[in-house]
Design a protein around this ligand. Structure first.
Ligand code: SF4
Length: 171
């Protein structure tokens, strides 16, 4: 796959979190299945091979699934870059046939640091989702932002993350 065949789709500028480091772009968009399908079809017709939905929080996009369907029907690799707050077991099951990869946030394995950076302690939920993603055979991505609050422990954490990914240790 060529570099230009990978697309990041900024699905929405809306988000339900208030992370300290947020740098999401602000923009207007029309959240309708027609618009989303039209854009997805343009990607299909222009030989794009991989599309990662991001934002804001892409799971707030009401028409997300219609875009995902158009892309996955054309055998395009799809992913979602999410803050994980809206990933209930039911929602994950509905996404399992539409996405190849879901990336979830871990900025630190230290509860307090994660809470400081994200405004909420999402580690427990992320750990549960980690297991559910494995069970559903969805490829797992981790997204993270290095700041002065977590940079010193980042190297250690990333090593732990590597072990987590290679050896499921959550119960
Ligand atoms: S989850 Fe992402 S988009 Fe939302 S506030 Fe945090 S960094 Fe910004």
């Amino acid at each position: 796959m060529e570099f230009w065949q990978r697309a990041h789709w900024f699905a929405t500028s809306l988000c339900n979190e208030i992370c300290k480091f947020c740098f999401r772009p602000e923009f207007q968009f029309e959240d309708s299945p027609e618009v989303t399908q039209t854009l997805a079809t343009k990607l299909v017709n222009n030989d794009i091979k991989e599309v990662i939905f991001t934002g804001g929080e892409p799971l707030l996009l009401k028409s997300l699934d219609s875009g995902l369907k158009t892309l996955s029907n054309a055998n395009i690799y799809t992913g979602i870059h999410t803050n994980a707050t809206l990933l209930t077991p039911k929602r994950l099951e509905s996404l399992a046939t539409l996405v190849d990869e879901i990336a979830i946030p871990i900025d630190s394995l230290d509860k307090q640091t994660q809470e400081y950076l994200r405004g909420t302690d999402c580690l427990l939920k992320v750990k549960k989702i980690f297991r559910q993603l494995q069970d559903l055979n969805i490829k797992i991505g981790i997204h993270t932002v290095a700041t002065k609050a977590n940079i010193k422990i980042k190297e250690f954490n990333l090593l732990v993350l590597k072990i987590m990914i290679e050896t499921p240790i959550f119960s």
